[in-house]
Design a protein around this ligand. Structure first.
Ligand SMILES: [Zn+2]
Length: 185
């Protein structure tokens, strides 16, 4: 049994500081995925907190509120759910943009969880962009517990969109929950 914080990135769709919106809407889908990840992890016996922020006043404030919620609980892992953008492949070229998981360092529980989640999402058919290190992300740099940021798939790639539609948020959430559970069980 592990303690885990999970949240969906950004403010809700349509508000200031909301996520990317294209073929898929990041804020909407990330919230559905996060909610389902939490349900599945609880079912596996973990103690899980939802640290999503729905009323931030700007982008920085959203991040500060999320981190404050995260650090209010002692947990083994902090998980942020996002959808990526920047492929701009509206027609579909037969290749998904796919998944990546960001960490400050590829070590310990966060490195293991990041790799495990990438593998599970790739098993759904998405391209595995792998674990990447980032040193400028507020969330990753300010949580007390090890933190990972999951970029599930791309909002602006027709191939990602078609694959996502087949399994919707439920398959994506199951892949993330399984990836976490394999490392933190
Ligand atoms: Zn995002």
């Amino acid at each position: 049994m592990a303690k885990i914080n999970v949240h969906a990135g950004h403010n809700p769709s349509g508000k200031i500081a909301c996520g990317a919106s294209d073929l898929l809407d990041e804020s909407n889908q990330a919230r559905k995925i996060a909610k389902e990840v939490i349900r599945l992890l609880k079912k596996k016996g973990h103690k899980v907190y939802n640290c999503t922020c729905n009323n931030g006043t700007n982008q920085r404030n959203v991040l500060e509120r999320i981190v404050a919620k995260c650090n209010a609980h002692g947990v083994h892992l902090d998980v942020s759910i996002h959808l990526n953008s920047g492929r701009n492949d509206k027609k579909g070229d037969g290749k998904t943009g796919g998944c990546e998981v960001l960490v400050t360092k590829r070590d310990g529980i966060k490195g293991d969880a990041a790799e495990s989640i990438c593998e599970e999402i790739a098993n759904l058919g998405y391209n595995n962009r792998g674990v990447k290190t980032a040193d400028g992300l507020y969330f990753l740099n300010h949580t007390d517990a090890p933190a990972i940021l999951v970029e599930c798939c791309f909002v602006d790639d027709m191939d990602d969109y078609e694959l996502y539609k087949k399994g919707n948020y439920k398959k994506m959430a199951k892949a993330i929950a399984d990836g976490i559970d394999k490392v933190l069980a």
